[in-house]
Design a protein around this ligand. Structure first.
Ligand SMILES: NC(=O)c1ccc[n+]([C@@H]2O[C@H](COP(=O)([O-])OP(=O)(O)OC[C@H]3O[C@@H](n4cnc5c(N)ncnc54)[C@H](O)[C@@H]3O)[C@@H](O)[C@H]2O)c1
Length: 354
């Protein structure tokens, strides 16, 4: 098996920026700190090679991917100065990628949209990562269809219903290609913390009374959260992912609540839990975390990309339930992480909460 993973990206925003910069960082880093897994099967992060990229913003289209990742309105931190990659960002059809609420953030390019399937085929793409904005369901479907036609695997990091949609699952299975998603679950972020906190409390015999998780941030994605209707799908996915940690129904609210532009790509999440322990004694837990979205997204994507390549080598086809449960909030089917062994013939070292 050649040790190269040929990756295309749709949507060169903050997540893509951290993914491209982080891949460059780990290529040369002396210490591999901050990675969930140094190796996934035989694959290192440095085996990831970017071969195609798509966006719709004139500040990104036509630029080398290594330049486009720093273009405005991206506002995630600069990790490294990326070396030229030799991949020009191609124009795509915007469809619903420009939201009414954050429309002023995008300056639409006048370039002609490329033939995505052909670009993916010509680049011999192993996997297309969809990083278009929340609410861009039609654009996400356009990329899912192009990857399917090209026979590339599809990673849906967005909340659009692709991997969790039975129609897409069977199309990918029939083609013999792989699909994982939906809505990436950060390496460290509000959902993974909240659900594991609740899971710990349930294991300790605590009766959960009520809980909320609210956050404010400054990326375009946080601005989109102000459009309650468009963001409904994301809120629903977050709530369902957290609620799945508790085996009974209880009042829960989980989702982004406000946009503060000077926070740039940072996000602060507030957690509140009320419950009862021994003999009905009540307690409350109040916690908050501040972090940056782009690197939190890239931290898990680097694992998922390598897992998908590993699964392709094992002749898997269709939706990958274990990889999706490991890396996403809305997997096609929520399964225990031990199933990774079955799906990939590989498991992360040590206990891994999902
Ligand atoms: N930690 C995280 O950041 C995180 C966590 C979970 C899920 N996600 C999901 O990842 C996705 C990307 O998040 P982000 O913060 O990088 O967003 P972003 O707004 O920074 O970037 C989105 C990019 O998509 C481009 N775009 C819009 N329409 C397009 C189209 N039709 N074709 C190609 N490109 C198009 C925009 O120009 C922009 O460059 C979102 O759907 C988000 O919900 C992110």
């Amino acid at each position: 098996m050649p040790r190269e993973i040929r990756v295309a990206i749709a949507g060169i925003g903050n997540c893509a920026s951290s993914l491209v910069q982080g891949t460059e960082f780990y290529r040369t880093a002396q210490k591999k700190i901050g990675l969930m897994n140094d190796k996934v099967g035989p694959f290192k992060v440095s085996d990831i090679r970017f071969v195609a990229a798509f966006d719709i913003d004139e500040r990104k289209v036509g630029k080398d991917l290594s330049e486009a990742v720093y273009a405005e309105p991206n506002n995630t931190r600069k990790i490294v100065q990326a070396r030229p990659i030799g991949v020009k960002v191609q124009m795509a059809q915007p469809l619903d990628g420009i939201s009414p609420i954050a429309g002023d953030k995008i300056q639409q390019s006048k370039a002609k949209p490329s033939n995505i399937t052909k670009v993916l085929e010509d680049a011999k793409t192993d996997v297309l990562v969809n990083l278009t904005p929340t609410g861009a369901s039609k654009a996400s479907e356009m990329y899912a269809q192009a990857a399917l036609q090209a026979g590339s695997a599809f990673i849906n990091a967005t909340p659009a219903r692709i991997a969790s949609n039975k129609v897409w699952q069977s199309k990918y299975k029939k083609k013999g290609a792989l699909v994982v998603g939906d809505d990436i679950m950060d390496q460290i972020g509000s959902t993974v913390l909240h659900k594991n906190l609740l899971s710990l409390l349930v294991d300790r015999g605590i009766q959960i009374g009520e809980t909320y998780q609210l956050d404010i941030g400054g990326g375009t994605e946080s601005q989109l959260a102000l459009d309650k209707k468009r963001y409904e799908i994301k809120r629903g996915i977050k709530t369902a992912a957290v609620a799945a940690a508790v085996p009974y129904k209880f009042p829960i609210v989980a989702g982004s609540s406000d946009f503060v532009d000077f926070m740039e790509n940072r996000r602060t999440s507030y957690f509140w839990i009320k419950g009862e322990y021994f003999a009905g004694t009540d307690f409350t837990l109040d916690m908050r975390i501040s972090l940056e979205d782009g690197p939190a997204c890239a931290g898990i994507l680097t694992d998922v990309i390598r897992m998908v390549k590993l699964a392709a080598g094992k002749d898997q086809r269709g939706a990958l339930n274990a990889v999706s449960s490991y890396g996403f909030k809305a997997p096609p089917k929520r399964v225990p992480l031990e199933n990774l062994n079955q799906e990939l013939g590989w498991m992360p070292k040590g206990p891994r909460p999902n």
